[in-house]
Design a protein around this ligand. Structure first.
Ligand code: PDD
Length: 287
């Protein structure tokens, strides 16, 4: 069965799926996106992702293309047509199609909506988590509204390419004070030298990760110590454990930072436990 995408009201062959050359997402990165993990054909952490989509659209004054209920129907139909049980679903809303001019089209044009889905091999994902991954640190060079999930991701693309060329899978952005902000497509965490979980607070210029938010609940339920406070690269290198969270990475242990081992270079007990807890939560809350 071939892959199917949803584009502006139609289910089309993935190979033929296209938007107009004057789509503002294409010309200006004038659009937002969301990514849900999918377990058993259902959306993990669905309400959190819908809420963030609504917020991202609102911040950019892009009109929602349809109601959340209607969007859910389309998302589920894309999963069904692609026979995705475990995987990822990607949704992008652009401001729409108009002759190229920087200000918003006036009168407004209908937003563009694109949805694609792909399967993820959960066994391979688990095997990667069991090995752990490397990250590299890069200077923070993004704009001041990283809380909006926009498709303007060039710094993230360059950072993640640098990571790949260094044999790592994620890049951690580091601000002028030497503090880690977040990953190129994930939030960053450590278990510090005192055994306290640390991750940057969402008042900072980072994406308010939905996976991150779910983990906060799990951490509190498990009675683990948490301090929502940024950490330096040096603290991360001297930490007991490190890991990243996101719809793609779920909870993924980090065992190397800039080539140096974290702890003994193997995934630590807290990250492993939180991954297991998150997987069962996400499977359970998938809607
Ligand atoms: N990225 N920070 C950034 C910069 C991200 O792009 C993401 C997600 C996260 C984690 O957010 P969440 O837990 O809500 O997925 C943090 C998605 C998966 C992506 O770009 O593919």
């Amino acid at each position: 069965m071939g892959r199917i995408a949803y584009v502006n009201g139609r289910y089309v062959r993935h190979a033929d799926a296209a938007v107009h050359i004057e789509d503002r997402g294409f010309q200006f990165a004038d659009g937002v996106y969301e990514v849900w993990a999918v377990f058993g054909g259902r959306l993990a952490d669905a309400p959190g992702h819908f809420a963030r989509l609504k917020r991202s659209l609102g911040e950019l004054r892009i009109v929602p293309p349809m109601s959340e209920a209607a969007l859910t129907v389309v998302l589920m139909e894309v999963l069904r047509r692609n026979a995705v049980r475990d995987g990822l679903i990607y949704l992008q809303v652009n401001r729409g199609v108009a002759p190229r001019d920087h200000p918003f089209p006036d009168p407004p044009v209908p937003p563009s909506l694109v949805i694609t889905a792909k399967r993820v091999d959960l066994a391979a994902s688990d095997a990667r988590a069991a090995r752990g991954v490397g990250v590299v640190c890069v200077p923070e060079n993004r704009w001041g509204r990283c809380d909006i999930k926009t498709v303007g991701l060039l710094p993230n693309v360059l950072a993640k390419q640098a990571a790949k060329e260094a044999g790592a899978v994620e890049a951690w952005f580091v601000d002028d004070l030497g503090l880690v902000t977040e990953g190129g497509s994930s939030n960053a965490w450590i278990v510090d030298a005192d055994g306290v979980l640390r991750t940057r607070g969402i008042q900072a210029n980072i994406l308010r990760g939905v996976t991150r938010n779910s983990l906060l609940g799990l951490i509190s339920d498990a009675g683990l110590k948490l301090d929502e406070r940024p950490f330096t690269v040096a603290e991360a290198k001297g930490a007991r454990e490190a890991f990243i969270t996101g719809a793609g990475s779920l909870v993924l242990p980090v065992v190397r930072i800039d080539g140096a081992n974290v702890g003994d270079g193997a995934p630590g007990p807290v990250a492993k436990r939180l991954r297991a807890l998150y997987m069962s939560l996400a499977r359970g809350n998938a809607a």
